[in-house]
Ligand binder design. Sequence first.
Ligand code: 5GP
Ligand code: MN
Length: 326
Amino acid sequence: MISFDQIHALIQNNNSFLITTHVNPDGDAIGSELALYHYLKRIGKEAAIFNCSQTPYNLEFLDPTGIISHFDKVKNSDIFDKFDVLVLLDLNHLSRIMELEEGFRKSTKLKICIDHHDEPENFSEYMFVDINYASTGEIIFELIEAGAPVKIDYQIALPLYIAIMTDTGSFRYERTTSATHIKAAKLLDAGVDPNTAASMIHDQGSPGRMRLLGRALDSIKLYYSNQLCTMALLRKDLTETGTVEADIEGFVNYTLSIKGVRAGLLFYELENGFKVSFRSVDNVQINKLAKEFNGGGHFYAAGTRISNAKLGDYYDTIIKAAEKYL
Ligand code: 5GP
Ligand code: MN
């Protein structure tokens, strides 16, 4: 693994940086990208952000001036050669950047990966992957503090705070440490208002989102003496409630609200396939289950996307496979 000093040397020795993150980006993904972008600009570098997914509507407040571009395979095919360095944040498997994967793999430019997920794919010699961090945002925070003196002002502090807050489940997941809180405190000193930040994330949903949550809660099933809880949403649930994939964010956590549940799965149909979100507590290593189905993630939070397949053909198999981890 490379050090912060090595990353700063790479930054120093190069001029332009292309930043990207994973499909269906979350607060950590978007927040880390924007914080690093602003940092690079402050020290006089060129930078751009191109993502395979559109920014979810509930995170658009982080990017009021439209810095983030939605990658278009035809129009933006040149970006992999235009920048000196390609930077991947909050992921470590190239399949997670979808339409950007091919161009990224083919590019001969320097590639840096900064992330906090388990079992990275080894696609670059410049990988900073540390699973002890609760969020990629925390790594970016430390990286910025260790680099050329740049004031962490509101423009940098807000995306970092959102990254840290969302990936720690508002400072309650197991990797939350005093160091996490010290960083959060510094970000509050830089002007972030915790009340506004939490409200931007949690209190800006559409009425349809609440109706969709109702359907998700109604779909709950329990297995293995209530140790496993599942939820399922179908395409029609989204169309009938007028919602989009971003609206599902966070629902899976309700599976763990039931006494005795040690693992929770949320299944939802995609246009061409389906996605599963995996969550667990109490030493149940759920990323191993996700890995059985070509996914990955953290010890207690993982996911997978399966294309060209029907949810109904996999559901029973996944439930059955889950038993051995309980
Ligand atoms: P979520 O269920 O919130 O989408 O994802 C939970 C965790 O699993 C995240 O840390 C995310 O990075 C990881 N994850 C989600 N989907 C996938 C996937 O399709 N492949 C891999 N390798 N990891 C995923
Ligand atoms: Mn993350």
